[in-house]
Design a binder for this molecule. Structure first.
Ligand SMILES: [Zn+2]
Length: 296
């Protein structure tokens, strides 16, 4: 049996703290999962809990396609025949999971990037979700939360629980990983703005403990973003190449690189560079076969 227990957050809503937070909503026609954990083993543990409680799995709603959130899909779909729902762009990555390491590396990925950490087993998405609005066949509502990934959503339950996907990280997670992954900094800032005024009984970040109030957690996530942005800007006080700025980020935040971290932190750095360039704070230049970023 798993070493975690379901925690009841609402009359019909549960949190399965598998490592990544998985939600469970007990609907009339069966249970709906919000994400599925990081791998086959997570899927197996979730299934044990479903069986033990007599919950019949009907649907998995994925907040986004990152392997740590969809890794249990394939096992659970095979075992239960459940449907999978996701937004259009996220569905592409869930259906063809080699897209995730390919997207992060920018070409066909090398072997160390093709492990379960970045590449989940494929599953079939049969329900295309809108960015925002009711999730068909359920009483759940999708809320657009782009920024961390291309077309991420949050999920609101009718009994007052809001699953925020990776739009928010718990404070204990931020303390360990202050440079969190971002695809689009501007979109993420708008998402944080939207979450600022969110009213719910519980707000569940993708990683970390649920909270009662959005405000303090949004502020902590925004502060971490600002520290990262300041470090990137400072590193470009003199013209600096991508690898130099990355090394400065790693030094400033005590990040140890390996192949996965290199593409995750590197992708995030590219998101900040693009954002700072679009705001006119940085400008790219080229010199002796190197791309150099400088403050403008
Ligand atoms: Zn995640």
């Amino acid at each position: 049996m798993p070493n975690w227990q379901p925690e009841q957050l609402g009359a019909r809503t549960w949190l399965l703290p598998t490592g990544v937070n998985v939600g469970l909503w007990e609907g009339g026609d069966g249970a709906v999962l919000i994400d599925s954990g990081g791998d086959k083993e997570s899927g197996r543990q979730i299934r044990q809990v479903l069986e033990q409680r007599g919950w019949n799995l009907n649907l998995i709603v994925n907040t986004h396609s990152n392997a740590d959130h969809v890794g249990g899909n394939a096992y659970l779909q095979k075992q239960t025949g459940c449907r999978v729902a996701a937004t259009r762009l996220e569905a592409a990555f869930i259906t063809d999971p080699v897209l995730e390491p390919s997207f992060l590396w920018g070409a066909a990925p090398f072997r160390e990037l093709r492990g379960k950490f970045l590449q989940a087993a494929p599953s079939t998405v049969s329900l295309a979700l809108p960015d925002s609005g009711p999730i068909p066949g359920t009483e759940l509502e999708a809320v657009a939360l782009p920024g961390h990934f291309l077309q991420m959503i949050g999920v609101r339950t009718p009994d007052g629980v809001f699953f925020a996907g990776d739009a928010l990280f718990g404070e204990e997670i931020l303390a360990k990983h202050p440079v969190y992954f971002l695809y689009d900094v501007a979109a993420h800032l708008s998402t944080l703005e939207k979450l600022q005024g969110l009213a719910a009984e519980w707000i569940v970040p993708g990683h970390g403990r649920p909270v009662r109030e959005a405000g303090p957690l949004v502020a902590a996530n925004r502060a971490a973003l600002e520290r990262t942005a300041d470090t990137v800007s400072s590193a470009c006080a003199r013209p600096a190449g991508f690898e130099e700025i990355l090394a400065e980020l790693c030094r400033a935040f005590a990040i140890e690189l390996n192949p996965s971290q290199y593409v995750l932190v590197g992708g995030t750095l590219r998101a900040y560079l693009a954002w700072l360039a679009d705001r006119g704070a940085l400008a790219p230049g080229f010199e002796n076969g190197r791309m150099l970023w400088r403050t403008s």
